[in-house]
Design a binder for this molecule. Sequence first.
Ligand SMILES: Cc1cc2nc3c(=O)[nH]c(=O)nc-3n(C[C@H](O)[C@H](O)[C@H](O)COP(=O)(O)OP(=O)(O)OC[C@H]3O[C@@H](n4cnc5c(N)ncnc54)[C@H](O)[C@@H]3O)c2cc1C
Ligand SMILES: NC(=O)c1ccc[n+]([C@@H]2O[C@H](COP(=O)([O-])OP(=O)(O)OC[C@H]3O[C@@H](n4cnc5c(N)ncnc54)[C@H](O)[C@@H]3O)[C@@H](O)[C@H]2O)c1
Length: 472
Amino acid sequence: MKDQYDLIVIGSGPAGEKAAVKAAYHGYSVAVVEKNTRFGGAGTNTGTLPSKTLKETALYYSGFYEKGLFGVDKELERSANAQDFFFRKNQVVDSQEEGIEKNFRLHGIDTFHGAGKLLGPNKAGITGKDNCELNGKFILVATGSYPFQPEGIPFDGCYVHDSDTILQINRIPKSIVIVGAGVIGCEYATIFSVMGSNVKLVNSREEILTFLDREICHALQDQMKEDGVDFIFGNRVEDVAILPEEHEHNVHAKLTNGEPLQADMFLYAAGRSGCSAGLGLEEVGVELGKRGTIVVDQSYRTAVPSVFAVGDIIGFPSLASTGMDQGRVAVTHMFGLHEIEKISEHFPYGIYTIPEVSVFGITEDEAIEQEIPHVIGRAKYTDMPRGKIMGVDEGLLKIIVEKHTRTILGVHIFGKIATELIHYGMSLVENRETLSDVISRVYNTPTLHELYKYAAYNALIEGHYLDKPTGH
Ligand SMILES: Cc1cc2nc3c(=O)[nH]c(=O)nc-3n(C[C@H](O)[C@H](O)[C@H](O)COP(=O)(O)OP(=O)(O)OC[C@H]3O[C@@H](n4cnc5c(N)ncnc54)[C@H](O)[C@@H]3O)c2cc1C
Ligand SMILES: NC(=O)c1ccc[n+]([C@@H]2O[C@H](COP(=O)([O-])OP(=O)(O)OC[C@H]3O[C@@H](n4cnc5c(N)ncnc54)[C@H](O)[C@@H]3O)[C@@H](O)[C@H]2O)c1
């Protein structure tokens, strides 16, 4: 293999992979350096894909959505041990990893296994299986993030876990304490609860997912409570101790309010930190931010002109979805490709709890804070023919509408396949479409998509528009 490339990418997660492939597609020589034996990073191996597959597995084994469908609360005769629980996850992860390797091969990308380090603005060293030094016109750092482990917590990968080691458990816990009600904590709380574990979710704040529209947040919170998740708010967990096997609960701890807390297993989901240690970044002049992140400009260039950084390593929003596009945009800037030069400032959030939540655009509180005269439109899944057929007993689509122009400014969905349904709402907001635009279109029926039309009609009623001309 050669030692001179147009681009060296360090890290093969979603951000690094998409950047590497885009550069190679445009004819540039690319090397990818990956310290793990597998490609794909957290996106494929420990984060996005595994947790989403486990959600589907939990739904399958619990028969969660089939219950009540035929008028009887019929428990399906399916039960799962940990091996069953992880079977499909392993299949999906393996298949995706193979796909990434093939993508690299098809695009003529050279891959190197070992820990990458910057030796200069255009030089990287690799320590590990493929020990060598490479020169690159550009270097892209896409090394991702790792779970933050608060000090003093006895993480042992058996009883006390982070979001990486929870994927190696060999039993479904009877009871689990999850610390942190962010996206990871809430997603795993619903997965374990549906799998039959007794779940306690401890959060330092008084609510879950504080960036959500409050009505949607409360709808999710209420549903999680109804499905058995026990919330402990305004508390932290202290004095965590693992006890010998013969105890009924192997992990004992205390809350900040002094109350004892016991469970078979603990999962910490209290944020993530950037993988920047040992990369030689500061030595070559790359500026670092909070929690190990790298500081970049709008084109993802660091303080060193030949070094770019994308994905979780640059911090917020730390999503696979945004990371992939950051990678593509960085390559556009490196090589002056005149394609997408900026990713959209706004992006959807997809939260794969059971039920899902997905949001795009302004919340009701933001409309109030920004003094935007507005109207709210709501449609419930249970009122839709498709919702009735599916037997769902929860779900809400809420739109925030600018009062005078009737323009849709925000869409917030709580319910089944919300993460799919949001994309139509996203184009409504991005294209500044109005209630009339939504109402004047024919949609397939029966579909959940009709939620949009009924939310628009509801906004017309709420806004007392019906007796006035539409203005369009
Ligand atoms: C439980 C969980 C669920 C998630 N769910 C979602 C979701 O549903 N949707 C979504 O959009 N996002 C989700 N995310 C976030 C998403 O996984 C991350 O935003 C995404 O993986 C970040 O991509 P990345 O390429 O920046 O880094 P990563 O995916 O972390 O990949 C970085 C790669 O760099 C490698 N590396 C690190 N240091 C070096 C080095 N020195 N040399 C060589 N290689 C190195 C690592 O081994 C790794 O392979 C989830 C995250 C978690 C933890
Ligand atoms: N569906 C998705 O898009 C998805 C899913 C999972 C993860 N992710 C990404 O992964 C990242 C990390 O997620 P996360 O949930 O770990 O972090 P987070 O920062 O979103 O949430 C952490 C939560 O833990 C609480 N907390 C922190 N320390 C605590 C303590 N000691 N005791 C009690 N509560 C404590 C915080 O108040 C916060 O609510 C996020 O940035 C997210 O972008 C995305």
